[in-house]
Design a binder for this molecule. Sequence first.
Ligand code: MGD
Ligand code: MGD
Ligand code: SF4
Ligand code: MO
Length: 706
Amino acid sequence: MRTGLTPTHCPYCALQCGMNLRPADGPDAAEVVERPDFPVNRGALCGKGRTAPAVLARAVRLTEPLVRDPATGRLGPAGWDEALDRVAEGLRGVRERHGADAVGVFGGGGLTNEKAYALGKFARVVLGTSQIDYNGRFCMSSAAAAHQRAFGLDRGLPFPLEDVPKSGCVILVGSNLAETMPPALRYLTELRAAGGRLIVVDPRRTRTAEQADLHLAPRPGTDLALALGLLHLVVAEGRVDEEFVAARTTGWAGARAAAMAHWPALVERITGVPTPRLREAVALFCAPDSAMVLTARGPEQQAKGTDTVGAWINLCLATGRAGRPYSGYGCLTGQGNGQGGREHGQKADQLPGYRKLTDPAARAHVAGVWGVDPDALPGPGRSAYELLDALGGEVGALLLAGSNPVVSAPRAAHVEGRLRSLDFLAVADVVLSETAALADVVLPVTQWAEETGTTTNLEGRVLLRRRAVDPPEGVRSDLAVLHGLAARLGGWEKGFPTDPEEVFEELRRASAGGPADYAGIGYRRIAEEGGVFWPCPAPDHPGTPRLFLDRFATPDGRARFADVTHRPAAEETDAAYPVVLTTGRVVAQYQSGAQTRRVPELNAAAPGPFVELHPRLAAGLGVAEGDPVAVVSRRGRAVAPARITDAIRPDTVFMPFHWPGEGRANTLTNPALDPVSRMPEFKTCAVRLELPGPGPTPRDPAPPAG
Ligand SMILES: Nc1nc2c(c(=O)[nH]1)N[C@H]1C(S)=C(S)[C@@H](COP(=O)(O)OP(=O)(O)OC[C@H]3O[C@@H](n4cnc5c(=O)[nH]c(N)nc54)[C@H](O)[C@@H]3O)O[C@H]1N2
Ligand SMILES: Nc1nc2c(c(=O)[nH]1)N[C@H]1C(S)=C(S)[C@@H](COP(=O)(O)OP(=O)(O)OC[C@H]3O[C@@H](n4cnc5c(=O)[nH]c(N)nc54)[C@H](O)[C@@H]3O)O[C@H]1N2
Ligand code: SF4
Ligand SMILES: [Mo]
């Protein structure tokens, strides 16, 4: 047994709070001990981080492979060889019958860099399929696309969090930081203590909004109009930084024209935000020398999320608030390795180092590292929702690791049906998630404290998570799973080492020279420095905490204004569906809840789904606090208790998405996709409210909009 303290990081969100682990004798296997030396959280943890060892307990997790018995249809225990043989046969059979692209792979932004890299390589090299994508498509793809378009590079935050309190003003758009990254609230408190101003844009007066100098509460899905309206006022009030625009940007004429077409009265009509509040926001944003806009899922998870983020970036560029100290646009990435997970090749269009799969030079470089012919690498495949939607049709087999789409995918009842219609489904997970329960083979894997690996936090800081406890007998790492499958599918095992450091060394070479260059980052260096910011092209390179101060990463070094104009949500309210539904998170549950619903303390704090609604809507419906409410959309019907509050707009209801079953929010959501990022519209769809009862349940109709 190991003893002593191991410095590591939390298994959950992108803040990747530092913590120490000490092995423990009880069922939890480890005890969390404060780690004040890690600068991002300085020892502070939220309840999820503090209780994370509960998911190490044998009682809540998978400890042996499960294989479905064709005779009984039931999952039952099996040995590793049998399970891996079954997966190899299942994938091979579909490939032989229907071709390589009939086999899909679905990954996750919680997987370490090593796992994400190995999964992408496995899909392209061993399976030869183009059909790989991951849940990060549901998370930050719109901000990533907008980043690429404007700056030529996508790193969530172009500066460390420690810069936030030094800024003059921060506009936080659709982020409920107080619940989704509690230790980061400190940066906003420090900002205000230092005299900086905080503006929060959210249809709900959240715990985050309560901290703000100014809270704007737009109708969900209208942030694009809001940003254009603010830019309109910037122009009208003569607050454009003409010098910056001339020296460091291109495309201003088009962006200016679009903003001029969004005059305040029109924006007030679309968003519901009164014109005086718009003027106040512009005054707060433009008065100080520096200012920032930070977005999270609110404006991004829309069928126009890429353009919406583009409009907020335009506001930064026009006012000279980008590429300068304590100024700029940033996206608050969500999952533990949401940043690294989008850089190393589990995304449909991408190769390691944030290289493009369609770029011949990128293909040649990565194929060289992998020892294969560049022409043998497949091209880009379907995006996450499109891949899930193709299951049981053109895609007959799926290998899934690090996601629970039965709960988290939009139009989830349909996605669940697609998963059930597969010829073959294999799921690697720590617990028997709702998705794993549908699999033909379930592979029990090690997690977080039981294995070593790197993650890249929301600042672009590459971190080392260290093995602190021994895994329970019977589980293997995802890397060992891929190794075993690679051996069975054509003798590729040499290309799939099980030692994470060996994988990372290869990742360094594969990323070298790419936009997300990790070539200068090694395990030992991360351990010594506590983290290294990419790009870091050489061991003697200091890493890059701050991007764009001299030039943007576009070919001409200038940032590009986006040519954007407001458009309605994919599904607007009407007489049959008169209320807007938006969805999101609560502090005590994480994502699909697969992990946190297994932690008693968190379940006590957040025991189940609810429908947050305004007293006026509740009165119209005749429901009191705690009464069940049926929420009905064109995709289906969900029922959950009412939570009545005047902190939400009277035209909008909110549901958290952490639970399966009757209260599953994603039964309702609209999978309309952003045309550029392919992000689904989780943040707005049209619903009606009913008293639960036998009432008619709409059937999921033929393809929804988008
Ligand atoms: N407790 C907890 N923390 C988490 C997670 C978790 O599941 N639980 N998940 C992690 C991950 S992967 C992510 S991506 C992040 C997400 O972090 P956040 O983006 O902060 O989380 P959400 O609750 O999805 O959305 C934030 C806010 O957007 C608002 N909103 C809804 N619609 C709109 C809109 O149209 N416009 C605007 N401006 N705002 C809108 C919601 O009211 C909500 O308060 O959290 C990370 N941290
Ligand atoms: N309505 C609505 N839906 C949403 C959102 C929303 O705001 N509203 N947000 C979206 C966003 S931003 C996200 S990120 C997604 C997230 O939704 P999911 O993709 O479902 O994310 P998780 O619940 O984190 O699923 C991770 C799974 O991987 C398992 N796991 C953990 N570690 C490992 C590992 O090392 N290896 C393997 N093989 N498995 C592991 C966990 O036990 C869990 O079952 O949800 C999206 N869905
Ligand atoms: S804020 Fe995120 S990283 Fe920090 S302890 Fe909570 S879940 Fe873990
Ligand atoms: Mo996310």
